[in-house]
Design a binder for this molecule. Structure first.
Ligand SMILES: Nc1ncnc2c1ncn2[C@@H]1O[C@H](COP(=O)(O)OP(=O)(O)OP(=O)(O)O)[C@@H](O)[C@H]1O
Length: 230
């Protein structure tokens, strides 16, 4: 169980998260939605900081290294699992086992080019999948993803969502794809100006509620649709 109680986060004077309380059960697949600036990335970054050793994080910023190969960028997900000497030798001359493991992940992510290829030579969608591969290679129970499929076509996004779901017990993902949030997640949480204004399980969430959230309208007067419906 992941629990936040009265969480407030600020950037200097700018309030990003406002007294937010939230529980996420182990095994839940949670979509986080909301307009730009609602506080989604701030919330995910905080969750990752809290869970660090138990979470794989695929952030919007990616943090990929252009001068290194696809292999090395994905391998970065495993740096903490190995001694620095092992990592250093592997940087110069990749070991067979991690090389094969990374190649397998890249194949699953439909990266159909040699993993020796430099990051600087990849397209936006390919780079996004390398960042996703690095998160998958962290092999943690919780996956935290900040719009990890935003540069991909809808069909590929669905295939890769299945990959994420199959490899991680708990998934917390920011996405703007309404149909994906409705169809594939156990629960949808909507943020606005740092507040949770929608929190509904799959059976109760509607397309209209999501549209209202993006339009900035009140969601509902029904208490079942109020804050923190878990
Ligand atoms: N480094 C920063 N310094 C100052 N303010 C920031 C910083 N990062 C974010 N903010 C502000 O905090 C608020 C929440 O930002 P955040 O990035 O969490 O929103 P978001 O919902 O993820 O937006 P988007 O969908 O555009 O990525 C916004 O008002 C934003 O301008």
């Amino acid at each position: 169980m992941i629990t936040l109680e009265n969480l407030t986060l600020k950037y200097e004077d700018k309030l990003a998260i406002n007294q937010l309380s939230l529980s996420i059960k182990t095994g839940e697949k949670v979509a986080i939605i909301g307009t730009s600036g609602a506080g989604k990335s701030t919330l995910l970054a905080h969750l990752y900081k809290m869970l660090k050793d138990n979470a794989s994080y695929c952030s919007q910023k990616q943090g990929l290294v252009d001068s290194l190969s696809t292999y090395h960028n994905v391998y970065m997900g495993a740096l903490a699992r190995h001694h620095w000497v092992y990592n250093l030798v592997n940087l110069i001359s990749p070991f067979k086992q991690p090389f094969n493991d990374v190649a397998k992940i890249c194949e699953i992510l439909e990266l159909d080019f040699p993993i020796s290829k430099k990051l600087s030579e990849l397209s936006g969608g390919q780079r996004q999948r390398v960042a996703l591969g690095r998160a998958l290679y962290q092999e943690q129970a919780v996956f935290i993803g900040d719009e990890p499929f935003s540069a991909l076509d809808p069909n590929m996004a669905k295939r890769l969502l299945d990959v994420v779901f199959s490899r991680h017990e708990t998934v917390i993902m920011v996405l703007h794809d309404k149909s994906s949030a409705l169809a594939h997640f156990d629960r949808v949480i909507g943020l606005s100006q740092g507040n949770v204004i929608l929190d509904l399980p799959k059976l109760e969430i509607t397309s209209a509620a999501i549209d209202k959230l993006y339009a900035g309208s009140p969601i509902s007067n029904d208490p079942c649709h109020a804050l923190n419906h878990v």
